[in-house]
Design a protein around this ligand. Structure first.
Ligand SMILES: [Zn+2]
Length: 311
């Protein structure tokens, strides 16, 4: 039996249930980033807990909190939010988000030190707590897989070699996914231990199938974010990927890491959008309960269990 580290210790992956593969519950972005874009600061424990509660009421059971240290992870605040909704499993992340957020830190810190910190977060605890991360993160920039990103992905691959924790990447605008998987495969990370985030920012079924054929998972998380396109396009994308035989390679989240996305902070569509609005839409459009369970329960359980590759 496989288990995954959560805020409250290891949980058997058969217990995870409905899982959101990519969210942020509390974010303290670096001050330079906050000046440019103040809409990254998810900084209110009560409001974040209120939103998280709405997601639990809608049927959510396990949430992956993918705020890496360079984007402003505060493990004490994440824990404070999660403790207000104790019935949920929350998995937190080690590793690094992307070169842009790293800034000068990317070059000032040695690769060995970054590996050491990542492995410590996965095996001992984060920032003096006993909370262990369950995920390793790495990311690259838009249409670019340069030396900065390569350093983050080398760190992820080395931390993987020491821990076996699954890797979830950040793609910028859904680009460089194929390159990310190829780079990790060359460093002996099995494809079915890799998931790529934000792939539905560029809806290209052929490209998505090319990546899924390598064996990796693709994360979709643009539901209800009309600025990136309508939900109808995502319904068609999901249907097309399932028809092409890649239904087992898909993970669903919403990546609502901005106060303007959360009702409790005065925005929308809200953390429960996928469960209260998008899933009913899938049913209306002819998706079976088996297909919906595959997306929300079976695929994340298989990915986090790190045992069997998807078919
Ligand atoms: Zn995110």
């Amino acid at each position: 039996m496989a288990s995954i580290e959560t805020l409250h210790g290891p949980v058997d992956t058969s217990q995870l249930g409905v899982t959101d593969y990519h969210e942020h519950l509390y974010v303290e972005p670096p001050s330079w980033l906050h000046r440019i874009d103040p809409d990254f600061a998810l900084g209110n424990v009560e409001k974040s807990a209120e939103e998280l509660r709405s997601w639990a009421r809608a049927g959510g059971q396990t949430l992956l909190e993918l705020t890496a240290v360079d984007f402003g992870r505060n493990i004490h605040k994440i824990r404070a939010v999660a403790e207000k909704v104790p019935e949920l499993h929350v998995v937190v992340t080690a590793g690094y988000n992307r070169p842009y957020y790293m800034g000068r830190w990317l070059y000032a810190v040695s690769e060995d030190d970054m590996v050491r910190d990542t492995v410590r977060d996965l095996t001992i605890g984060i920032d003096g707590t006993r909370i262990k991360a369950g995920i390793i993160k790495a990311g690259s920039e838009y249409n670019n897989f340069g030396e900065g990103a390569r350093k983050l992905f080398r760190v992820a691959a080395r931390a993987y070699a020491e821990t076996g924790a699954p890797i979830i990447t950040h793609t910028s605008g859904g680009t460089m996914g194929f390159e990310q998987v190829g780079f990790l495969l060359e460093r002996n990370v099995p494809a079915h231990h890799i998931a790529l985030s934000h792939m539905d920012r560029t809806i290209d079924p052929g490209e998505h199938q090319r990546i899924a054929a390598l064996g990796a998972y693709l994360g979709y998380d643009c539901f209800g974010k009309a600025k990136y396109g309508p939900d109808s396009a995502l319904v068609a994308l999901l249907r097309g990927m399932i028809e092409a035989g890649y239904g087992q390679h898909l993970l669903i989240g919403n990546d609502l890491g901005r106060p303007s996305y959360w009702r409790s902070y005065g925005g929308g569509p809200g953390l429960d959008y996928v469960l209260t609005r998008f899933v009913p839409r899938l049913k209306e459009e002819g998706f079976t309960q088996t297909e919906i369970d595959l997306l929300l329960i079976e695929n994340p359980r298989r990915f986090l269990s790190r045992d069997t590759p998807p078919r």
